[in-house]
Write a protein that binds this ligand. Structure first.
Ligand SMILES: NC(=O)c1ccc[n+]([C@@H]2O[C@H](COP(=O)([O-])OP(=O)(O)OC[C@H]3O[C@@H](n4cnc5c(N)ncnc54)[C@H](OP(=O)(O)O)[C@@H]3O)[C@@H](O)[C@H]2O)c1
Length: 268
């Protein structure tokens, strides 16, 4: 059996990143896992080591390397990705997954929260993509995966910075894809709907919710197929996303004022 490419995941201590690590370990990939909490990364490593299904092509337990990384530190992102590539021997896929959310209303005195979202979800994810492309250009192959969101499709009231951050990273990935595809590299943008993780567990409404395990299975399948972009789940979010984008302004604002905007106002 052919050896599978090693995969580096940012934000592997929780939610989607952690579920992806477990899923990819079961599919026989060696892993480089990062997050700010080293002790939790060690926990994930132990979880994978204890999983009898997490075996490589040689039948041995998959290799898991861990490294503490705050993606807001761009220099550290480049250094840690390079270091993990050396420790793993090679890296074929890098997943810019680390991200934060929050709900706030513009002008509520907490602009620091918006700044943190942009530093993490935009600058942190861009640094991860940049470091990955640098590695892959040298190797002449590789796949970058960015975890965006359906929140990128239209500005969501109560989550303005989050929506803006995901629109920014989706657009960044689109431009990078056009740059690197001719060089044989792949860029995959994944836009999840609602996956049951701490990022959204306080939200009142989470339509079409799926588990992190189901989300990870679907994302791993899409990454294997090297799709350019997809929602997760593909349906209904693919159709809902198209609808969100083409909905005329008057209908969009009416729908938002009776739902998310109302809920945001109620929190004040
Ligand atoms: N769950 C959903 O429904 C959903 C939908 C659309 C998009 N997404 C996106 O999916 C990604 C993963 O989110 P999740 O739902 O799995 O949330 P989560 O359970 O809260 O996990 C977030 C992960 O990001 C890491 N992280 C946060 N800030 C970081 C930083 N500055 N540096 C490095 N790592 C950082 C956290 O690790 P540490 O705290 O250990 O650093 C954690 O592992 C995010 O980009 C999110 O926007 C999620």
């Amino acid at each position: 059996m052919e050896a599978k490419p090693s995969i580096v995941v940012t934000g592997a201590t929780s939610g989607i990143g952690r579920a992806l690590a477990r899923e990819w370990a079961r599919r026989g990939h060696a892993l480089g896992l990062t997050g700010r909490r080293l002790e939790v990364l060690e926990e994930v490593r132990a979880e994978i080591a204890a999983d009898p299904a997490a075996k490589g092509a040689d039948g041995k337990p998959v290799r898991v390397e861990v490294a503490a990384l705050d993606v807001r530190d761009s220099e550290a992102v480049h250094r840690v990705l390079g270091d993990l590539a050396q420790r793993l021997g090679d890296v074929g896929i890098v997943v810019a997954n680390a991200g934060i959310g929050n709900e706030r209303r513009c002008g509520d005195g907490r602009f620091d929260k918006d700044e943190d979202i942009i530093r993490t979800n935009v600058i942190g994810a861009m640094a991860t993509v940049d470091a990955a492309v640098e590695l892959f250009r040298r190797a002449g192959r590789g796949q970058v995966v960015g975890i965006s969101s359906v929140a990128a499709f239209r500005g969501l009231p109560g989550s303005a910075a989050y929506s803006a951050s995901k629109a920014a990273i989706s657009t960044y990935l689109e431009a990078v894809r056009a740059e690197v595809e001719p060089a044989g590299l792949a860029v995959t943008t994944i836009s999840p709907g609602y996956i049951d993780t701490p990022i959204n567990q306080s939200m009142k409404s989470r339509p079409f919710l799926i588990t992190p395990e189901e989300g990870a299975r679907q994302i791993a399948d899409l990454v294997e197929r090297k799709v350019r972009h997809s929602t997760v789940p593909v349906l209904p979010w693919g159709a809902v996303g198209t609808f969100m984008r083409i909905l005329p302004d008057p209908i969009w604002y009416r729908a938002m004022s009776s739902g998310p905007a109302k809920r945001a106002a109620e929190r004040d």
